[in-house]
Design a protein around this ligand. Structure first.
Ligand SMILES: [Zn+2]
Length: 347
């Protein structure tokens, strides 16, 4: 676990540096939503005197909730079959919270983790949620190369086709790693399109998996105070992540876009997704399906990024010739690793 965190952390910190973190370069401050509201939204017709001003720009923000690493994050392939029951529970609890908030969602499976006795896949299907492919073994495209990676996609595809009434239509790249060269990126994209897959982009990159690991540690210890602190950090992290993504959207395309938020199927979400969704609702956000979110034309823009780091779609469309503000995700991951890294190392 530590190796993974260190590797990811360093990669993202390096990415943050390449985006101008800590280098003291001048940073264009993105226009805030309030400033935009004051100057008028781009979509408003100037010659339409009766156009009602938008009372709350946040209400325009459509949010899609997506959950990776099903049936459970950190769930090793080859786990004992009796563990299926506890993972079934995780998924059922998350689904109950989503139902209580009338929130459509998508879930992305690592098919190697499907144990005998798994009922989670059927539960997501019965709830009418979008079920996608996240590769069989969570392979990193940039590390394993095109053909082995496509084999991993195909293995999961075969399982999902066999178990679901509808063939899967979406793929979420593990680690959001879409290839470290333009050639690899474009070849993978073309092969996925041939298989009938659409990329389930993420616009709101998060590091909640790190908090979820820390949460499991303190929960096991019975440290209620530390647990409450992590839950508060989780709620703040998820709200800040959406806010940062909205600012990035305004910087890149000068308007609000739909936002696709990355969660993972973990105990932290099963226990506290309810509060996060309360916070989203209080911020004025509304929940939409993956189809609805991906209908935003922002997803038609050219991908300008090839690298080893997993970054959000709104960072991928950035023209490297233009300046941009520091990438929030890189800073946040560094901050959370500093705050909770020791817990993850078992100190
Ligand atoms: Zn994943």
């Amino acid at each position: 676990m530590l190796a993974r965190i260190t590797e990811r952390g360093l990669g993202l910190l390096a990415l943050g540096l390449s985006f101008g973190l800590g280098l003291g370069c001048s940073q264009a401050k993105p226009r805030t939503v309030a400033e935009r509201a004051a100057t008028g939204a781009e979509g408003a017709e100037p010659d339409e005197p009766d156009a009602t001003p938008d009372p709350d720009p946040a209400s325009l923000v459509a949010i899609h909730l997506s959950f990776d690493d099903a049936p459970g994050a950190g769930f090793a392939p080859g786990a004992r079959p009796e563990q299926a029951a506890s993972y079934n529970e995780l998924n059922v609890e998350i689904l109950a919270t989503l139902a209580a908030h009338h929130a459509p969602a998508s879930v992305f499976y690592n098919c190697d983790k499907l144990l005998e006795g798994d009922t989670s896949l059927a539960a997501w299907a019965a709830a009418g949620m979008e079920i996608g492919n996240h590769t069989a073994s969570h392979a990193n495209l940039a590390e394993v190369g095109l053909e082995p990676w496509l084999d991993d996609v195909r293995r999961c595809d075969a399982v999902l086709r066999e178990r679901l009434d509808e063939p899967p239509a979406y793929l979420r790249y593990p680690y959001l790693s879409e290839g470290d060269t333009p050639e690899l990126r474009d070849s993978a994209k073309a092969a996925l399109a041939d298989m009938g897959y659409q990329n389930a982009h993420v616009t709101v990159a998060t590091t909640e998996w790190l908090l979820a690991t820390a949460y499991s540690v303190v929960k096991q210890r019975g440290d209620a105070e530390a647990e409450a602190e992590i839950v508060a950090a989780y709620r703040k992290h998820m709200l800040d992540a959406v806010r940062a993504a909205r600012e990035l959207a305004i910087h890149e395309v000068e308007r609000e876009t739909s936002q696709i938020v990355l969660f993972h199927v973990n105990r932290l979400a099963a226990d506290h997704l309810d509060e996060v969704l309360d916070d989203f609702e209080a911020a004025g956000y509304h929940f939409v399906t993956l189809d609805e979110a991906l209908a935003d034309p922002v997803f038609e823009l050219p991908d300008k990024f090839a690298g080893t780091s997993g970054i959000s779609w709104l960072a991928r469309i950035h023209d490297p010739e233009r300046e941009r503000p520091p990438y929030w995700f890189g800073i946040e991951e560094g901050r959370l690793t500093e705050a909770y890294g020791a817990l993850l190392e078992g100190d």
